[in-house]
Design a protein around this ligand. Structure first.
Ligand code: BT5
Length: 319
């Protein structure tokens, strides 16, 4: 009953009276009221006004199993240590390819190289997808670039914002980080069992901890509007699957132009590490394998294959 009433409220763009709902489902108005109360307890914001009835708040952003029903291979739990860790466990237990793991909060959200990913409750997307990988191990890092394109495209489509990729794994808006991607793999004697691609998107978060305040933003802060995480997740899953299929079939090369068009590093002064040395120069290209190509002042070219490349800003600082 709860489900059905929720669906009616979702479809109506205004108030539905208690009597109308009672008539539709052939139940008493008390039963309707009970279902509404239960939905409110789950977190749905429902306005009730006497003589007008009930109305679902437009800015409802709830993430639960029901809101994620559109996708069959989804594993949702309110709180997890890390969706990447859960996805790895599920994959080891033999879950289907493209299984998606989502939660409302991560207790131990992970960035790269042991860094942390800030993951407060109920406002952002924390999602991982299990990918079966049938290529050389050296190509695993390229999946990060593929997920990056999918995430940037999803954000551009849904918000209209000028989301860009900062090589290799950040999506940024107006110079601030809105998405982080962490790709991990499980291999056995040189053979890859699977890859897990994890994505964190700051969606409706309005305040950040002091340590990331200057460099982080969210879709809500940029657009002054609340987004429905489930809708973004739906588009994101679709986009990752599409781009990953192209990648598996034709390799990263087939996505290189699209990546380059989104990549904010190209043409900018950057600083990166290569084999323990600092390279400063202009980012000129992305190689076929997804490396960032930097040209130093003396005209030499370097391919950066891991880590990150900070960008020089107007104050001559690298950020
Ligand atoms: C990343 O690492 O950007 C990868 C983040 C991946 C997070 C997802 S969430 C779902 C899945 N499950 C996980 O456990 N992880 C993945 P890195 O490039 O190392 O950047 C980490 C740095 O970004 C931190 O050191 C902070 O400076 C900054 N940071 C942390 N939380 C942030 C946030 N919510 N928004 C923007 N910046 C953040």
């Amino acid at each position: 009953m709860k489900e059905e009433i929720l669906n009616v409220l979702k479809q109506k763009n205004g108030f539905v009276s208690g009597q109308e709902l009672a008539d539709i489902f052939n139940v008493s108005r008390t039963a309707v009221w009970k279902a509404i109360t239960a939905l409110k307890k789950e977190g749905y914001v429902i306005e009730s006004v006497s003589r007008r009835g009930y109305k679902l708040d437009e800015e409802n952003d709830i993430l639960n199993e029901r809101e994620l029903e559109f996708y069959e291979n989804i594993y949702f739990s309110d709180v997890m240590d890390s969706t990447n860790d859960t996805a790895k466990k599920l994959a080891l237990d033999g879950c289907p390819e493209y299984t998606v793991v989502v939660c409302n909060q991560q207790k131990n959200g992970k960035g790269r190289l042991g860094r942390k990913w800030s993951s407060p409750y109920g406002v952002n997307i924390y999602m991982s997808m299990v990918l079966f990988f049938d290529a050389d191990i050296s190509k695993v890092p390229q999946t990060t670039l593929v997920t990056g394109i999918a995430a940037a495209k999803t954000i551009r489509d849904i918000t209209g914002l000028d989301a860009k990729i900062k090589w290799p794994n950040d999506v940024i808006i107006n110079g601030k980080k809105v998405v982080g991607i962490l790709t991990e793999m499980q291999a056995e004697t040189g053979h890859i069992l699977f890859v897990v691609t994890g994505i964190g998107i700051n969606v409706n978060q309005e305040e950040f901890d002091d340590d990331i305040k200057q460099k982080a933003t969210s879709l809500c802060l940029e657009c002054k509007k609340v987004f429905k995480r489930s809708e973004i997740i739906k588009a994101l899953i679709q986009n990752i699957k599409e781009y990953y299929a192209i990648f598996c079939k034709d390799g990263l090369d087939a996505l290189r132009d699209e990546y380059k068009a989104l990549c904010i590093n190209i043409g900018r002064e950057v600083k990166a590490e290569l084999n323990g040395k600092t390279i400063i120069g202009r980012a000129v290209d992305i190689s076929k394998g997804g490396e960032l190509i930097i040209e130093t002042k003396d005209g030499r070219l370097f391919e950066i294959f891991g880590g990150e490349a900070t960008l020089r800003n107007a104050n001559n600082n690298y950020v």
